[in-house]
Design a protein around this ligand. Sequence first.
Ligand SMILES: Nc1ncnc2c1ncn2[C@@H]1O[C@H](COP(=O)(O)OP(=O)(O)OP(=O)(O)O)[C@@H](O)[C@H]1O
Ligand SMILES: [Mg+2]
Length: 372
Amino acid sequence: MGSCISTVSNAEIDLHRGVIPETDLHRAVVKNDMIWLIYISSFTVTSHPRTQGGIIEAANLVCFCFSELAAATGHFINENVLGSGEFGVVYKGWVDEHSLKATSPEMGMPIAVKKLRDDSCQGQQEWLTEIKYLGHLCHPNLVKLMGYCIEDKNRLLVYEFMPNSSLDRHLFETGHSPVQTITWHHRIKVALNVAKALAFLHHEVDAIHRDVKPSNILLDANYNAKLSDFGLAKDGSVNSRTHVTTRVLGTEGYYAPEYMESGHLTTKCEVYSFGVVLLELLCGRPAIDINRPYKEANLVQWARPSLSPRKIFRILDARCFSPFFLSESVLKTAELISLCVSSKPMSRPTMREVVEALGKIQELNRNVISRA
Ligand SMILES: Nc1ncnc2c1ncn2[C@@H]1O[C@H](COP(=O)(O)OP(=O)(O)OP(=O)(O)O)[C@@H](O)[C@H]1O
Ligand SMILES: [Mg+2]
């Protein structure tokens, strides 16, 4: 069995210090063929005590009982559904801030509870991976995993509740009037927050998220964005010349072309996915839209030829931009998107460079707002 150790700083976290039953742990190790050790500045070293039953405790995660989470979510009633994905349904629940016991809605702190479908093997694997990563990583732009539940066949995850839901709802759900539509100022903020999360993952943790898309970008009341769903995350390599070969996983429309062809996963593949999200923010259209004419269905293919200053007005989200005024921040964003979705991985910037570019774009836009 190999070991995967990246030295960023001198403190250590062991990603298997998660709440993982021994059988699952064994499976996870064999599957990934490595010992998960990451050295990272913001974590402290602790030994990992085993409790009875083979559960290895994580320092910061709470182990919830199923009955407690059932009570917190009103027994998983439909009114409390926040959304659903491939592997399960997410419910809103309420717990006491201190004891974390279920409370009535008016009294408690809201939480989001993801309940996995029992029949999903891939879901079980993702449940484990989510704990391995989110259970130990801490960054203002990563959603906080508070705890988990493992009881009989039940597998659940408990997150901080994000009151403004996910980015896809704001960008693609019809019915939003121009007044309610997420502003360009907020779109830049979201992009910068996500870029910071990815720069942290790529450059400090040496990991690749692998499923960057608007439904995995959650928003708080002030449009601060946090990346969620680490179920497909993979140990990566900051050096884009090396790669991990994997089964092609992720979401259609966001795959870098070279990843689709070869299964070679590098951080530059994720820069491409991020570029697609940035394009979605600019155009207000999803990466794939099968309801559009064939030539318009794939966003990158449709928009790429118009990313120049003279043609950009053709693809901008009309709910957000005036056709008579093209700000410099829009043009610089289009330039950045062109680089991120370049078909040549080496031409794409690193996520650190993207953070820097978006910081300048935010500044340009602030100046426009303050002059207005
Ligand atoms: N912590 C949270 N706070 C508020 N809403 C959330 C939270 N986590 C998830 N949601 C909502 O639940 C929805 C479903 O999430 P889930 O991760 O299960 O699926 P998805 O991301 O939409 O699709 P996929 O299965 O492809 O990942 C999200 O799109 C989001 O709107
Ligand atoms: Mg998701």
